[in-house]
Ligand binder design. Structure first.
Ligand code: F6R
Length: 631
């Protein structure tokens, strides 16, 4: 629903700009910064930029580097102040924000070293207050921040201003929220390695900037974005306090904007073109809103909820209800690979050919069973030729403790002198100093751990061995979080596999994620490979299905295929997820009380089934959801 009219913005208390991609938005912002820098250069004046770390600004920094290298943009007159730094981390720690900024921006441009300001994470506890005061004074002495770049955390934090941060707070030492620490756990290879404290600019410090731009990409940000923009300005969500600023805007991609009223419930804020998808969305919403199954909705329910026009166009309620009910009903199938010898005119997948050659792409081992463990087992049971493709090794998501345990085990098996050399190498690396986890042997062993787990999970799902492929895509092996750069080599591996296998059905995931996430890179590679194969004959007979990543909330109106699970099938899926032991406790929680990936997957699948039930459809134990992708 492309909504342009300004009346759709009536609920928004912050200026919103929505872009088709993070890249497009980041280029525009980089250009805006370049114009500011050049203007000040011509006036012989400095520019003061407030910078953030994290995934959100990485594309912006890449573009600034490009402008420096290719278009001669100089940063000689620029001063920078970073929002925050972990307390207790030395500058050369790979997760310190100092290190991050060097790698992502500073070492690639001509910004004078003395113009860089990042809170000192190693200052003695007794000196923290003075150090923070000095930081603030320095900002003031330079005339204040011209442009402050922000990201937003899952707690709604800006900088490290966690819930409860006062609107007039200044640069200070803070305790990190447990959700924030969980989100950082992957970067630190385990939650126990994440610092508890940080030094951050305060909300008041941020609000003093002349202009503020907040960047947010991916569906994971959508809820906090909507609450900050449409909810009250409240210390519970630091980003909502930005409503108090005169010159602030949020630059979003479409998934990050997806919870705004103008996108989610546009009929509540203005007229809507009542296409069938829009009508389906509105009717599903109405059914839940008034707590009535679709077939029991009445004319007054529609007219009392901003949908009178829909009724005039497509009503009465009775007709509209039946139309939408049938559409939703037809998404449900126990035959995700198509039902052989059956009428398929109202089924999501065609009956022929049977059996189908099916490829399931999993960005990291475990994404497959988390998103579609039940469906995977069904496809196999129903006689299809299923193969699972693990695109990356996933070794970055294995803790050092896990690798040590595995190497200990290997060493126990033989006396340590002739223990397998990889075990000795891993042990030596992990007992040494810094950057131990990036050691090749450590990553290899961690990758092998994940292979073993993936195979165990597939066994539970009923797939015999030999049906799995481990691509170990080079972009992942060469990279680390936030520093993945897929290249033509990755693309060729994926394309060649598709060409070789000529599948009839392809399942993949990763839509709507933060574009720097592993899953998002994998998704982009698959789409590029599909694009390049558009003219190949096998494409004519292939359907593409996107599966849900369980921590992403998919609205029911967007689901094209819903595969139900019985209680036994759900517990089989959970058993399969259990096999990914190295991932236990590592998945960021979507809700505070859900820590484990299996819990999230179980809850998501059960909630979806309950939702179908609420709409008046059959009641199942759990449901897995798919969207059709039409190239
Ligand atoms: C970073 C910072 C944080 C991040 C936020 C979002 O300096 O202060 O507020 O902006 O946690 O992080 P990403 O961009 O990694 O999602």
């Amino acid at each position: 629903m492309a909504i342009q009219s300004s009346e759709f913005r009536q609920k928004e208390k912050i200026e919103i700009h929505i872009y088709s991609s993070a890249r497009e938005a980041s280029s525009l912002l980089a250009e805006e910064i370049a114009v500011l820098i050049r203007k000040r250069q011509s006036e012989e004046k400095p520019v003061v930029l407030g910078l953030a770390t994290g995934s959100s600004p990485t594309r912006l920094y890449r573009e600034l580097i490009r402008l420096h290298k290719e278009e001669g943009l100089s940063f000689q007159n620029v001063h920078t102040f970073n929002l925050d730094e972990y307390y207790g981390l030395p500058r050369d720690h790979t997760e310190s924000y100092w290190y991050f900024m060097q790698e992502q921006l500073f070492k690639h441009i001509d910004l004078p070293a003395e113009n860089i300001n990042i809170p000192d994470g190693l200052v003695k506890r007794s000196d923290v207050f003075n150090s923070c005061q000095d930081f603030e004074k320095k900002i003031r002495d330079l005339g204040g921040i011209d442009l402050q770049i922000l990201g937003i955390g899952r707690t709604g934090h800006i900088g490290f201003n966690e819930p409860g941060s006062p609107v007039d707070s200044r640069t200070r030492l803070v305790t990190l929220d447990s959700l924030t620490r969980k989100d950082a756990a992957r970067d630190f290879l385990g939650e126990s390695n994440v610092p508890y404290y940080a030094i951050t600019m305060g909300v008041g410090t941020i609000l003093d900037a002349r202009k503020i731009v907040l960047l947010a990409w991916g569906q994971g940000k959508s809820e906090m974005v909507a609450r900050s923009v449409e909810g009250p300005a409240d210390e519970k969500i630091a980003a909502s306090l930005l409503q108090k600023h005169k010159d602030v805007r949020f630059m979003l991609d479409e998934p990050a904007a997806s919870q705004l009223t103008r996108i989610k419930y546009p009929w509540l804020v203005g007229p809507v073109e009542w296409t069938t998808p829009n009508a389906r969305r509105a009717v599903c919403w109405l059914s839940r809103e008034v707590k009535r199954p679709i077939l029991k909705l009445q004319d007054e329910n529609y007219s009392e909820h901003g949908m009178a026009e829909l009724l005039t166009e497509q009503g009465p309620a009775y007709d509209l209800n039946i139309k939408i009910f049938n559409i939703v009903q037809h998404t449900i199938t126990g035959w995700p690979g198509g039902k052989p010898n059956a009428d398929d005119s109202n089924r999501p997948e065609r009956s022929n050919p049977y059996p189908k050659r099916i490829l399931v792409f999993s960005p990291e081992p475990s994404d497959d069973v988390l998103g579609m463990g039940g469906t995977l087992a069904r496809l196999q049971d129903q006689g299809h030729l299923v193969e699972v493709v693990y695109m990356t090794s996933g070794n970055l998501a294995v803790s050092d403790e896990e690798a040590l345990m595995a190497s200990d085990l290997m060493m126990e098996l033989s006396d340590s002198s002739d223990a397998p050399s990889i075990a000795m190498e891993v042990k030596a690396a992990l007992s040494s100093g810094d950057n131990k986890s990036s050691n090749d042997a450590v990553r290899r062993l961690k990758g092998l751990i994940r292979r073993g787990e993936a195979r165990a999970a597939l066994r539970i799902a009923g797939l015999s061995s030999g049906k799995e492929h481990f691509l170990d895509l080079p972009f992942y092996e060469r990279g680390r979080y936030r520093q993945f750069f897929p290249s033509s080599g990755d693309f060729e591996i994926v394309t060649n596999l598709l060409r070789e296998k000529q599948p009839h059905q392809v399942f993949f995931t990763g839509e709507g994620l933060d574009p720097s996430a592993v899953g998002a890179h994998c998704c982009a590679l698959i789409k590029a490979a599909i694009d390049s194969e558009m003219d190949s004959p096998w494409m004519i007979d292939c359907r593409f299905w996107v599966y849900q990543s369980p921590d992403k909330d998919w609205p029911i109106h967007d689901i094209d295929m819903a595969v139900p699970m019985s209680p036994a099938q759900l517990s089989q899926k959970i058993q399969a997820i259990y096999q990914h032991k190295s991932q236990r406790g590592q998945t960021p929680a979507v809700a505070q009380d859900l820590h484990e990936a299996w819990q999230i997957a179980q809850t998501t699948a059960r909630q979806l089934a309950a939702y179908y039930d609420d709409l008046g459809l059959a009641e199942y134990e759990a449901i897995e959801a798919f969207r059709r992708f039409i190239p």
